[in-house]
Ligand binder design. Sequence first.
Ligand SMILES: [Zn+2]
Length: 304
Amino acid sequence: MPELPEVQTTTSGLSKVLPKQTIKDIWTDWPKMFYQHGDTLLTNEVVFHNFKKALIGAKVVSVSRRGKNIIFILSNGYAFIVHMRMTGHLLYGKYIYKNKKWIPKEEGPLNDPYNRFIHVVLTLSSGNKMVFCDTRKFGRFDLEKADTIKHSPRLSHLGPEPLEPAFTLKVFTERLSIRPRGKIKPVLLDQRTVAGIGNIYSDEMLWLSGIHPESQVSKISPEKIKTLFSEMKKVLKSGISFGGDSMSDYRNILGERGKFQEKHNAYRKTGKKCSKKGCDGIIVRKMVGGRSSHFCSKHQKLFK
Ligand SMILES: [Zn+2]
């Protein structure tokens, strides 16, 4: 699932090309992806019709990120939120509709097989399209009003943004205290703790910090919490600087792979020798809180 660095990579890409463009049309073959704040009784088809009415003719004012959500603010008071969920990603470029399929107009990374599963297409005034590609079709589009978007149930529960200056060690410690008896791995995945962390980056930051994923939050030493706080920021920034992680379906808006998957020390390194200097441990995989967790059998200390 795309996490903060991947969602940020997509957001940065789109915020360079979308603002000031007018949305000319929106197409889908999967209306089930469409939701509307406050209207849970409407069918997905009606919601998609409402989406169409709200979006067509509106200009994109801004594209921003909150947690794993991408927020599009429009010129007419509407807004929408895209969550890429498991396998979704947004692409941008020239497409043509041929034999009931959207295909890139030119050769290049948009033709990567992972970019074939197109279920939503926005036509823009430049002639380019923003398309949503999603193998498993779990992604979602939520229609919102721009002035009340902060209260959207998609956003209102989210914890602080870990890369913002306001996110201090004190704030992190306070957020962790919401679930003191929880295990650190599921607590990091809980979007109320910190926004934007998922399975890959939580495994990597715990490996870097030397903390076992099953450690009980309240038992972890303050020094280790401090280490985790700084490793979290470092690893998320590193994910962004490598253009995100493309071990799975994620691609940037041009259809290109990120490179963070080449930098993993723990995630999906099961059976490999630990790459930490001087450590002779082995990376093991274990289910923790219902999610697979990868960690070193030796240097990641279990606090309990
Ligand atoms: Zn190790």
